[in-house]
Design a protein around this ligand. Structure first.
Ligand code: PLP
Length: 223
């Protein structure tokens, strides 16, 4: 597995060279993360709190840890002090827990709100109505220890490119629509995290600012 060569190939294929690359290292050993680090990667994505906790002390201090998966409320406390960006905020309850833990550690924790854009029921995220309800809630406006940086979404797992494109387009248009609304100062909609190994080129064509790429860099995962 030549991680450096994989990274070069992935970056070369980018439709938008400004798009940020998050190297999704879940299930992979620290030795492989270090190969990506040595090739210049600083942004790593993990989907399990326990795995971030294990890897974080073994990796250099300038690594930026992205929590990309579903996050359980009772685990926020373990990553609150150092996590760079939580991509999968999918409920107001979770956001309030992040607020609470951010207050404890004295930081404003950067988050993305995850939207449910896929056909599959299994994927997490707000629907538009739930999002609007939260944004209009007076309690939302009082948050002080979170910084909402944008939206995240995962397309349906399908070969049908038209479907994937349609879902990413929908997320992008919601993103643009939200930017026109009157939102509190801690909401700065700059990032649109969409695209993985199988669909990042489509995502970039549809306006992604951040892609989360695992298997195309580190190889297939064995669970
Ligand atoms: C695993 C994962 C990825 C990366 O998937 P690949 O297909 O290996 O690129 C991206 N985003 C999330 C939320 C994931 O859980």
């Amino acid at each position: 597995m030549d991680i450096k060569a994989n990274l070069e190939a992935v970056k070369k294929s980018f439709k938008n060279p400004q798009c940020q690359l998050i190297a999704v290292s879940k299930t992979k050993p620290v030795e492989l993360l270090m190969q990506a680090y040595d090739a210049g990667i600083r942004d790593f994505g993990e989907n399990k709190v326990q795995e971030i906790q294990e890897k974080q002390p073994k990796m250099p201090d300038d690594v930026r840890w992205h929590m990309i998966g579903h996050l359980q409320r009772n685990k926020v406390k373990y990553i609150a002090s150092f996590v760079h960006l939580i991509h999968g905020v999918d409920s107001f309850k979770l956001l309030k827990e992040i607020e609470k833990q951010g207050k404890k550690v004295g930081r404003k924790i950067p988050v993305l709100l995850q939207m449910h854009i896929a056909e599959e029921e299994s994927k997490f995220g707000f629907d538009k109505k739930e999002l609007e309800e939260m944004l209009a809630d007076p309690e939302f406006r009082q948050l002080e220890h979170v910084s909402v940086r944008g939206l995240m979404g995962m397309a349906t797992f399908t070969e049908n490119e038209d479907q994937i494109r349609k879902e990413f387009k929908g997320l992008k248009s919601l993103f643009e629509e939200l930017k026109t609304k009157d939102l509190p100062d801690f909401v700065e909609l700059e990032e649109l995290s969409m695209g993985m190994s199988g669909d990042y080129l489509i995502a970039q064509e549809e306006g992604s600012t951040m892609v989360r790429i695992g298997s195309a860099i580190f190889g297939a995962r064995n669970y």
